[in-house]
Write a protein that binds this ligand. Structure first.
Ligand code: ADP
Ligand code: GLC
Length: 502
């Protein structure tokens, strides 16, 4: 880590725009990543401004910052920009606009998307750029994440393209999940003040509709996604969600950078949510976490229950996460000599599936539907195994949290899961978890059975836990990889601008 008081002479200034970031608002891994990446870049000596909405859940001091008059699609919005400093080189700018953000749910409520999401995230993208235009010096690079900020690269190359300063500033767009695309009716363009010429194949058009994600992919100067394996997968029809052709077309500028994890927040030695600390050298405290989880779920914690393997799952309960494999294999799963603790929310059918399983096996299956950060930490600490049978997984953070907490992951070898979990080799004892390839419940069950068989051999099991705990998943390497991409694209953009006759 570099000395916090001495920024490098070539320090960059990064304008990040995201729809969620820790510690303010989170529905999934995106928030962990944007929050931790911003902090890691600042530690490397770069200046980072993160612009995000002030949702109702955002707990931060100060309201009513600088007013920003913003008109979009003939509608005037009351927008405020509240700057929250985070250390010497990082700040978060909360975009206040109560009519758009002060409501339940970041993206929707009661299982329905908010109907005005195009406008909500259009305003976020516009506000972020207007904020930066008002600063004394412009950023070196603009970094946007996922469909909600897909319009940021589009606006840079349309609305701001005539500005001699702004047309030099490159944008990087990170795809965290290709399955969420922000697709809206074609008429939305005018509500966003975007020209109808953008309704074209090399613009935002996607099956006669407007796709924010496609806009980001088409207009950004460079693209990243969150693991090398996912960067390859999304160029195939199986994973490309209809955008594989475009991604092949743009493959020269598409890089996979594996997410890191926040090793301070996710540290079993200091985690305030755990009843006792533990580490690779001293795993003793893990038993207390196991007992605490069993108790929290109202499951027995006698000697038999403590000896039985405990399988954890913390997940959005959606198709991506492989829940139909669980559904198909539910009989065999419930028949295993193992207990399950599940935390998640999402599609009603999956919530009901787990509730029914828990009702049928009240001493071995515990389920909590909801979002609970503390319980997520406790499960990572207390479970013996962690199950992630994802259909696709751009990166996935929980398998890395699991390894750090001595909780052995059982995962489908896809995307970031494939890049981070090394399969256990029974001959050499090497590896950090159990993997399966085919998207079939039988394959998942074979991997789980192999894991349970090893669990019965404590010395070998401990070696596997410790191998996982000793992996380095910290942000240092990933943040440096982003800086490398930033510099590459800054140079490229400068050259291109020069060639246009400056
Ligand atoms: P995704 O972003 O696709 O949901 P990731 O594995 O990247 O998957 O990140 C999920 C993050 O959200 C992790 O930090 C995980 O602990 C957290 N999480 C998911 N569901 C819940 C929940 N119900 N309660 C608490 N944390 C959750
Ligand atoms: C997405 C992906 C997940 C990834 C996260 C952070 O939500 O589903 O795999 O870890 O973004 O990049």
């Amino acid at each position: 880590m570099s000395d916090a008081s001495a920024p490098p002479t070539s320090a960059l200034s990064v304008l990040m725009v995201a729809s969620e970031a820790q510690p303010y608002a989170k529905t999934g891994g995106l928030a962990d990543v944007t929050g931790a990446l911003a902090a890691a870049l600042a530690r490397l000596g770069h200046a980072v401004t993160m612009v995000m909405p002030r949702y109702r859940v955002v707990d931060a001091a100060g309201r009513g910052g600088r007013r920003l008059p913003l008109t979009m699609g003939g509608r005037a919005f009351e927008v405020g920009l509240v700057e929250v400093p985070h250390g010497p080189r990082e700040r978060v700018v909360l975009v206040e606009c109560d009519e758009l953000y002060d409501r339940e749910g970041l993206y929707g409520a009661g299982g329905q998307d908010h109907p005005d999401n195009a406008v909500r995230f259009g305003v976020l993208s516009r506000a972020a750029l207007e904020y930066a235009v008002g600063l004394e010096s412009p950023p070196s690079i603009v970094h946007a994440h996922d469909w909600q900020t897909g319009l940021v690269p589009v606006l840079l190359r349309t609305r701001y393209s005539a500005d001699p300063v702004w047309r030099r500033i490159p944008s990087l767009f990170t795809i965290h999940n290709l399955a969420y695309q922000g697709v809206f009716p074609a008429e939305t363009l005018s509500a966003l003040d975007l020209g109808s010429e953008l309704l074209s194949i090399d613009g935002l058009e996607f099956w006669n509709q407007v796709s924010f994600l496609k806009g980001g992919i088409n207009f950004a100067d460079t693209l990243t996604t969150v693991s090398p394996a996912y960067a390859r997968e999304i160029r195939t029809p199986e994973y490309g969600e209809g955008l594989e052709g475009l991604l092949v077309h743009r493959q020269q500028v598409l890089t996979g950078i594996l997410n890191g994890i926040d090793t301070d927040t996710w540290n079993p030695w200091t985690d305030p949510y755990l009843p006792a600390p533990f580490s690779a050298a001293d795993l003793g405290g893990k038993r207390f976490a196991k007992r605490a989880v069993l108790t929290r779920y109202g499951l027995p914690d006698d000697a038999t229950a403590m000896a039985r393997p405990l399988i954890g799952m913390v997940s959005r309960l959606v198709g991506q996460k492989g829940l139909d494999l669980v559904w198909e294999g539910r009989g065999a799963l419930a028949a295993m000599d193992a207990a399950f603790v599940v935390l998640g929310s999402g599609e009603r059918r999956y919530e009901e599936m787990w509730r029914d399983l828990a009702a049928a096996h009240p001493t071995r299956i515990g389920v909590r539907v909801g979002f609970d950060e503390g319980l997520a930490h406790l499960i990572e600490g207390g479970a013996d195994l962690f199950l992630m049978p994802s259909r696709f997984e751009p990166c996935g953070l929980n398998q890395m949290y699991s390894m750090r907490y001595g909780t052995v992951p059982v995962v489908r070898a896809t995307g970031g899961l494939d890049d981070t979990v090394r399969p256990f080799d029974p001959d050499t004892g090497a590896g950090t978890g159990f993997t399966f390839h085919e998207y079939r419940s039988s394959a998942m069950l074979v991997a789980l059975e192999a894991a349970l068989a090893l669990y019965a051999r404590p010395a070998r099991w401990r070696a596997l836990q410790q191998a996982g705990m000793r992996q380095d998943f910290s942000w240092d390497a990933s943040a440096a990889a982003y800086v490398h991409e930033y510099r590459k694209v800054i140079d490229r953009r400068r050259e291109a601008d020069g060639e246009r006759g400056e």
